[in-house]
Design a protein around this ligand. Structure first.
Ligand SMILES: [Zn+2]
Length: 51
């Protein structure tokens, strides 16, 4: 059944800042700055799966 978005939902995005990228999540989590967006994506998926 459909559910309203809640604080238990984790939707991650990656943000680039200069030569660094980091993941962030709707729950407020922010990943460490990475030199590659691929690494930031790995952080994001690890966070989602650990959530
Ligand atoms: Zn999260």
């Amino acid at each position: 059944m459909p559910q309203q978005a809640s604080d238990s939902e984790h939707r991650t995005t990656t943000t680039e800042r200069g030569s660094f990228a980091h993941a962030r999540c709707t729950c407020g989590w922010v990943g460490p700055a990475r030199r590659s967006r691929d690494k930031a994506r790995v952080d994001a998926s690890a966070h989602e799966s650990s959530g």
